[in-house]
Design a protein around this ligand. Structure first.
Ligand code: SF4
Length: 111
């Protein structure tokens, strides 16, 4: 019991120093649909932090340029040209899935 309360105290002190609080992250959230059309890849845009790693991976490593940013500002999202689902030709390399840090892009069938 003593160890647990001390652990909480150690975590609280740094967070209080930087005024971290759940109230700091309230506000509107962009709610978008999953893209489950693709036979290999699930694209859950609600998880996306818009880091752009998948875009760079597809463009600069795989040389396909299938992904890109769409819209501007708050409505920015990662997707394909004209908002279409991921093409069927995509999914051979799964480099974007491996690169995504938050699991926005994920395999439909897990090994
Ligand atoms: S790598 Fe993942 S989190 Fe980053 S922009 Fe792409 S889908 Fe979003």
């Amino acid at each position: 019991m003593f160890v647990q309360s001390e652990t909480i105290l150690h975590a609280q002190v740094p967070s209080q120093k930087v005024w971290a609080s759940p109230d700091a992250i309230v506000g509107d959230r962009l709610v978008v649909n999953y893209d489950t059309w693709h036979p290999v890849i699930i694209h859950d845009r609600n998880k996306c932090i818009k880091c752009g790693i998948c875009i760079k991976m597809c463009a600069e490593v795989v040389n396909k340029t299938l992904l890109g940013y769409r819209n501007r500002g708050f409505a920015t999202e990662v997707g394909t040209a004209l908002g279409r689902p991921l093409p069927g030709s995509c999914g051979d390399c799964i480099a974007c899935i491996d690169a995504c840090p938050v699991g926005t892009l994920d395999k439909r069938i897990k090994p």
